[in-house]
Design a protein. Structure first.
Length: 232
């Protein structure tokens, strides 16, 4: 069964419990340390990614630039973990307008490029705080890449050319043209809740990489226990 990877949007880490759990994942902490090393080597103001990801919601949500970059760093780490035990997906889908884990995953930019070209790294932007906006992925910012064999004998992710760039249309195209029947979201969280209901009668599987990893069974359990304690 061919698979596609989708990257959740900028709001993937909007809850403190999610962030604290994410930085317990070994591959995620490796990417955070790599990002910190790159940041410290650049001519950039002091910033601590671990402290930021561990901060309360008020601080995290108030800095949209670092929130965006932090989400992308975590997603690259979660993808690293997923690919340790799973084969390369046939396609990848995600946002390319902001700090993009998708462009790193498809080899269009390097991890270092993502850090240094981020809005957070732009001079004058590091310490500015902005209200947190509800930023979903706009259709014009959504892109899909399909892994293809190239003429020179190599292979690479090639951008999928479609007129309708909505998530629904892209998923339908991947199903019909590339026989993809499993969509794995790299979150935390999922982009597929609406599609799961719309396509319930088809033989498709929508899942999250964290849920599919038996070694990460604790990830959401800790949140459920916290919610239960608060409700009691």
């Amino acid at each position: 069964m061919s698979k596609a990877i989708s990257f959740h949007g900028i709001n993937a880490l909007d809850f403190e419990e999610l962030r604290r759990n994410a930085i317990r994942v070994p591959q995620v902490i490796t990417r955070i340390r790599q990002a910190q090393e790159l940041w410290d080597k650049g001519d950039l103001p002091d910033f601590d990614f671990i402290n930021f990801l561990s901060s309360d919601d008020a601080r995290f949500l108030s800095n949209i630039k670092f929130k965006s970059l932090a989400a992308a760093i975590v997603q690259v780490g979660l993808l690293d973990r997923y690919l340790m035990n799973n084969e390369k997906p046939k396609a990848m889908v995600g946002d390319v307008a902001r700090d993009s884990a998708l462009l790193v995953a498809t080899g269009k930019i390097s991890f270092a490029d993502m850090i240094y070209n981020s809005r957070a790294a732009q001079v004058g932007n590091v310490t500015s705080l902005q209200p947190s906006l509800s930023l979903g992925v706009k259709a014009e910012n959504l892109k899909a890449f399909v892994f293809k064999e190239l003429e020179e004998g190599s292979a690479a992710f090639v951008e999928l050319e479609v007129k309708d760039k909505s998530l629904n249309a892209i998923v339908r195209h991947l199903i019909d043209e590339y026989k993809i029947h499993e969509f794995v979201n790299v979150g935390p969280g999922s982009n597929f809740e609406g599609l799961r209901c719309q396509m319930a009668m088809e033989e498709l599987r929508f899942c999250e990489s964290i849920d599919d990893d038996p070694m990460l069974s604790w990830f959401y359990e800790a949140m459920w226990q916290t919610d239960l304690q608060m409700a009691q």
